[in-house]
Design a protein around this ligand. Structure first.
Ligand code: PLP
Length: 400
């Protein structure tokens, strides 16, 4: 601070106390590096960092130590070489599609029952930019294969567990189909989380997460991340320098903090979802329960094999008898533990009506094609006691 001792009050107000880093101790928890720029001993050092000849950071849109810590943690949990974080899951999906080479004239083959905004991103935005999109039932491998062959698609896009119908993508088989036809496989692994599945190990090229959900887990941060190879990550980074949908250091810090309890939360959430699904299945007012942990789920055996006995996820959906919007709304308003909020994967149990929220941007015909009925309800089980969640559902069902 001595260099400031003869400086004016005004100058000291700007510089005093700043840029003093401890040389002989390190923080246990990664701090929030809220800085846009970085200083180096020499301009040559800065030049080398710009050039990737030397490790470091130059500008917040390019990288940041807190964000990098979160990226490295997710890469490790996904058994991927690297990861790139984003300001939202949608920004991550958009970036992965661009990094995979999706441009005007390209074809994308995508799962029909993807998250509503992903559906609209592909069907409306990318289509309007000259990208051709074909939506298929990814459980029908013959349909996927012929769509890839007929279109010469550059990308196959799936969700490992689909939103909101909980269909399972056979990632190893789909990776082989994609590889054989020269397409890259993009997997949105948000619902499964790296606890249940590491798509990279099965041949996926880009693994996407809405880190807003299980990775962060507490409903207080919007974030996205793509786990991939080191060479693909370079493409993502170069794109992000231009597009700028970066994650802020504070959000990265929250996400990194959330990640530490991911396995503990996920275990409880999977157990709760299983208990609730079994209970709902025997309830007279429930017409259908979609949950891969139920033996009558069409892909129960596949889920058991892919998720290696670690659970079947923390999300289920179900259809209330005589299902219509008003009946579902009255049911949701009667709940007190399960919160009617438009998200999932939190420590809280969250309930949502896909027709009027996550899949609101789809037309009635599109929803019918995907299989989203007016009476469909999606429940993301939190880490509360399963008995309390069930009691809450029971009393709300009794009231409609
Ligand atoms: N992918 C899935 C499966 C989702 O459920 C969501 C959001 O609900 C997203 C992506 C988009 O994530 P975000 O809201 O973080 O942009």
């Amino acid at each position: 601070m001595r260099h400031l001792s003869n400086k004016s009050f005004q100058t000291r107000a700007v510089h005093a106390g700043e840029r003093v880093l401890p040389a002989d101790f390190r923080p246990v928890a990664t701090p929030i590096w809220n800085t846009v720029g970085y200083l180096y001993e020499s301009m040559d050092d800065l030049d080398a960092v710009f050039d990737h000849r030397k490790a470091g950071h130059v500008y917040l849109r390019y990288s940041n130590p807190t964000v990098e810590a979160f990226e490295n943690a997710v890469a490790s949990l996904e058994n991927a070489e690297a990861a790139q974080a984003y300001s939202s899951g949608m920004a991550a999906i958009h970036a992965a599609l661009l990094a995979a080479g999706v441009r005007a004239g390209a074809f994308v083959v995508a799962a029909l029952d993807v998250y509503g905004a992903t559906f609209t991103l592909l069907q409306d935005l990318f289509s309007s930019l000259g990208v051709h999109v074909r939506m298929v039932d990814v459980a029908d491998h013959a349909e996927v294969e012929s769509a890839l062959r007929e279109t010469g698609a550059s990308v196959l896009y799936v969700e490992s567990i689909s939103n909101p119908l909980l269909k399972i993508a056979d990632v190893p088989a789909l990776a082989a189909l994609a590889r054989n036809s020269g397409a890259l496989l993009l997997v949105d692994n948000t619902f499964a989380s790296p606890c249940l599945l590491n798509p990279v190990e099965h041949g996926a090229d880009y693994v996407i997460h809405s880190a807003t959900k299980y990775l962060s887990g507490h409903g207080d941060v919007l974030a996205g991340i793509v786990a991939t190879s080191a060479s693909n990550r370079k493409k993502l980074l170069e794109l992000n320098k231009l597009i700028g949908g970066v994650l802020g250091p504070f959000e990265a810090w929250l996400a990194l903090r959330g990640l530490k309890t991911l396995p503990l939360r996920m275990r409880q959430q999977c157990d709760n979802a299983q208990r609730v699904a079994e209970w709902l299945r025997s309830h007279p007012r429930i017409e259908k329960v979609h949950y891969p942990g139920l033996p009558d789920h069409p892909q129960h055996a596949l889920a058991r094999q892919l998720f290696r006995g670690k659970g079947f996820g923390g999300v289920l959906s179900f259809e209330i008898d005589g299902g219509n919007k008003d009946r579902v709304f009255r049911f949701m308003e009667s709940l007190s533990i399960c919160l009617p909020a438009t998200t999932l994967g939190d420590v809280y149990s969250l309930i949502l009506h896909p027709m009027t929220s996550s899949h609101r941007s789809l037309t009635a015909e599109e929803r019918a094609r995907v299989g989203i009925s007016d009476g469909l309800v999606r429940l993301s089980t939190g880490i509360e006691s399963a008995d309390d969640i069930i009691a809450d559902l029971e009393s709300a069902l009794n009231r409609i």
